[in-house]
Design a protein around this ligand. Sequence first.
Ligand code: DAH
Length: 339
Amino acid sequence: MKEQLKKISEDFAVQIAEVNDLTALDALRVAFLGKKGMMTAVMKGMGQVSPEERPVMGQMANEVRGKIEAGLTSKLEELKKAEMEAKLKADTLDVTMPGKVPVKGSFHPLQQVIEEMENVFIGMGYEIADGPEVEYDYYNFEALNLPEGHPARDTQDTFYISDKVLLRTQTSCVQIRVMENKKPPIKIICPGKVYRSDNMDATHSPIFHQLEGLVVDKGVTMGDLKGTLEVYAKAMFGPETKIRLRPHHFPFTEPSAEVDVSCWNCGGEGCRVCKGEGWVEVLGCGMVHPDVLSRCGIDPKEYSGFAFGIGIERTAMARFGVTDLRQFFENDKRFLDQF
Ligand code: DAH
């Protein structure tokens, strides 16, 4: 047995020196210390050793096993270290190499205009409200004084999902949702997408954006509306900008007006942008109709309000000198990279 142990010890010393990868190391461990390995085989013979010799043999076997274990462990560390060094060598970083310039994105021009508008109104104390794009007929039409069969519905070619559900054609529905949930004072804007069954051309798109505004409080007047819109127009189109209100009809406001701003291109002289008019239409507005207020549980004898709806594409076209609305939706990077 002594010879056997000695031989195992010597064999191990020779073989471990030759190991240079983890698989071979594991195979060696199994061969020497595994259940069917050499050490186990020797230990099985311990029964035949005389009782006097047994403790000596036992001690020697333990020493050999200890040596083998230590050999395996130090080899494992050696291999791991070598592996790490190889990895570090392969990973060297050349700090003198030119870097890769990361692609820097930018906000879509429509989003830029929305944020500019939001900032103007936030500066006047407005909060931003939100509403669903898939909307009930009730909020989009009925609650805004456009009952079923009302001829003014025809001016907004609508995508219907069912009889009662549609893609909102205007952000004005958010007025109703806000008034149903909040008591005055109310001072909100709501930018968002709206949908109409229009064919795409230079000035129309089946999907476009509006920014709705609503103010309801005690003693709100048309003068407040005009003052607000003046501040907005000067902030967006320049401090020299003038506005004018033209009487118009919207079913949910009374009185109603369309608002023109003096042409930002020619200052009112008449040019290609304003088609010689000196003025460009930018939004619709009016005093919230008393029936709309009371439908939302707000007493029109106590409260009054104004509302407005701004076309965002139109404003962005003015701001950036874009002449074809389709460019906002084509996602052509050559166009978008200019903003
Ligand atoms: N919703 C109208 C449209 O899409 C625009 C509008 C007009 C909104 C008057 C208003 C308003 O809030 O008071 O044509």
